[in-house]
Design a protein around this ligand. Structure first.
Ligand code: PEP
Ligand code: MG
Length: 291
């Protein structure tokens, strides 16, 4: 640990001079502190679900959300904060949201599908995100179709106009991100690349959907190959398609912290790895050892 502490303030750079951004994932309010201590380059994935899950039977208000996003923005200063809009449903159920039973929750009513369907809840979240100043971006989960991105962007535009009419200050230049975590999104990553500002690969969902194996089923463990060649091929394809549009590709699933793949990710041109706060310095160490 002492050893890792010495890496604070150092660059994420290989021996031959290749750089890669290292950011942190957060999923609780307390994680904001942990990110600061971790010396990450920003928050690459703010899993906003906890705001809903912790709130009992009441939906979190715009003000409540605004306070937390602002806290993250203030803590990070000029460093970026990527708020992923709620990926509720599936295994992430919140008491305040009656989503009904799914026979296959991981491929059910969740993520952007819920957001576009229950758009009042989505709008409240977008208002809070837009109002939180700082280097903020918004990112949409479980995208399968260009149309979903277009609809989400349309709603975002509507909210911006509302805020303008109400003379409430907000971030007009907010960047829009799309998660690539379904095989459909991989196949249309070239088209998606034109619709957003940046992209992040969610290997947790992408693995389970590509292998057709529920990530929460422990009986599948011996078959669940997170290094499956199909998956690595997909990551390469995504990086190429996004780079063809001149945009950046991050990777924020658990695989980002797999140090046996770090060199491969750098070779593929992944621009950013986003990992749990306590994994940031170990990843930096690994990067700095690569030739
Ligand atoms: C992923 O699917 O890899 C991801 C980062 O999102 P989550 O784990 O929250 O589904
Ligand atoms: Mg996911």
């Amino acid at each position: 640990v002492q050893n890792l502490e010495r890496l604070k303030g150092k660059e994420n750079i290989t021996q031959s001079g290749q750089k890669i951004d290292v950011c942190a994932n957060i999923g609780t309010r307390e994680d904001i502190e942990n990110v600061l201590r971790s010396d990450a380059g920003g928050i690459g994935l703010f899993r906003s679900e906890f705001l809903y899950i912790e709130n009992g039977t009441k939906l979190p208000t715009e003000e409540q959300q605004f306070q937390v996003y602002r806290l993250a923005a203030e803590a990070m200063g000029t460093k970026k904060v990527v708020i992923r809009t709620a990926d509720l449903g599936g295994e992430k159920q919140a008491e305040c949201l009656e989503l009904g039973e799914d026979r296959n929750p991981e491929i059910g009513y969740r993520g952007i599908r819920v957001s576009l369907d229950k758009d009042e809840i989505f709008k409240t979240q977008l208002r809070a995100i837009l109002r939180a100043y700082g280097n903020m971006s918004v990112m949409f989960p479980m995208i399968t179709d260009v149309e979903e991105v277009k609809q989400a962007k349309l709603i975002l535009e509507k909210i911006k106009n509302e805020l303008k009419d109400e003379k409430i200050p907000f971030n007009e230049e907010i960047k829009i991100g799309v998660m690539i975590e379904t095989p459909a999104a991989v196949m249309i990553s070239g088209e998606l690349a034109r619709e957003a500002d940046f992209f992040s690969i969610g290997t947790n969902d992408l693995t389970q959907l590509t292998l057709g194996m529920d990530r929460t089923n422990s009986r599948l463990e011996r078959f669940y190959n997170t290094h499956h060649p199909a998956l690595l091929k997909m990551i390469r394809i995504i990086a190429n398609n996004i780079h063809l549009e001149g945009k950046k590709i991050a990777l924020c699933g658990d695989l980002a912290a797999d140090l046996s793949l770090t060199e491969k990710f750098i070779q593929m041109g992944i621009d950013e790895l986003s990992v749990a706060p306590n994994q940031v310095l170990a990843l930096r160490k690994k990067i700095r050892e690569i030739q």
